[in-house]
Design a protein around this ligand. Structure first.
Ligand SMILES: [Zn+2]
Length: 297
């Protein structure tokens, strides 16, 4: 897999290269796959596989990107990997095999667990890791030599108006800051990730604060998103609704970061209030998306 980093260069006029052309999205299949399902080639353009909390694998069958997915143990009310899936992570097999790029939104342990992350990256031979100084700083405490010497580890520090862009063979990834909040959260480096793969534009926001000004500052008013991963608290009455209307109004929304103990309650609420929003309830549940370009008139 060839990578070419474009930080500071090739900057599109509107911060992000806005996805061109109208795209009609369809959720083809929403299903719980048995573990054997991963042996079969994927028919769909883009498959999103749910891990713990905001952990997902995004794949077109060739290029595989893992976001916030190096999480194995439960943390606070948030989940880890179930006992039948954790060994696959440790062996870098099944859904965890062949990951080209790993990303982590921020340093909180429901998004990245340093010891497991160190083991995962050292067990893979070609997986590349790109994240913030804070995430990498915590991992250095667990595997200093690897983190400081491996050419597969990239510490980045994107700023508002200066995103970090990774051009891969099968995907383009744009990484940019989104505030985690104020007070004790003000200094947390939280990154949004815009993934363009197979004609589908997908947004992962980490634990972005429900702050419309911050989303505007990040330039997200200029991006057309096909699939938005949205923390479930955005759907509660309050500031989340404005952010969703203005910045996350994707035809496909997935509610994420749902604590296992609250799953039934939140599913009940969502089916009443937001029946169109996808919830991937169990680890390794998948959603598939396809882009078909509108025929020329
Ligand atoms: Zn979180």
């Amino acid at each position: 897999m060839q990578f070419k980093d474009l930080t500071g260069t090739d900057q599109p006029r509107h911060l992000f290269q806005v996805f061109m052309g109208r795209v009609f999205m369809a959720v083809f299949l929403l299903c719980a796959l048995g573990l054997s399902g991963f042996a079969a080639p994927l028919e769909a353009d883009i498959t999103l596989t749910q891990l713990a909390n905001e952990g997902v694998i995004i794949s077109d069958g060739e290029t595989r990107i893992l976001i916030d997915g190096m999480v194995v143990e439960p943390y606070s009310v948030y989940g880890g990997l179930p006992p039948e899936v954790a060994p696959l992570f440790e062996q870098v097999s099944g859904p965890f095999a062949g990951i080209d790029l790993v990303l982590a939104s921020h340093r909180h342990h429901d998004h990245n667990q340093p010891l497991f992350a160190c083991q995962f990256l050292q067990s893979s031979s070609a997986t590349r890791f790109v994240s913030s100084p804070q995430v990498i700083g915590l991992m250095r405490e667990k595997c200093r030599t690897f983190m400081t010497t491996s050419p597969r580890v990239d510490e980045i520090n994107p700023q508002y108006g200066e995103p970090h862009v990774i051009q891969m063979e099968g995907a383009r990834v744009t990484i940019f800051p989104l505030s985690h909040g104020t007070r004790k959260y003000a200094r947390i480096q939280n990154y949004g990730h815009l993934i363009e793969m197979g004609g589908v534009t997908l947004l992962h926001i980490g634990d972005a604060a429900m702050d419309p000004q911050d989303f505007a500052r990040a330039g997200l008013d200029k991006v057309e998103i096909d699939v938005a991963l949205i923390p479930f608290w955005y759907f509660h009455p309050g500031p989340g609704s404005e952010v969703m209307t203005k910045f996350l109004d994707a035809p496909n929304k997935i509610a994420v970061h749902i604590p296992p103990g609250e799953m039934d309650e939140i599913k009940g609420y969502m089916s009443e209030e937001f029946p169109q929003v996808i919830i991937l309830q169990n680890t390794l549940d998948q959603a598939r998306f396809s882009a078909t370009h509108q025929p020329q008139p």
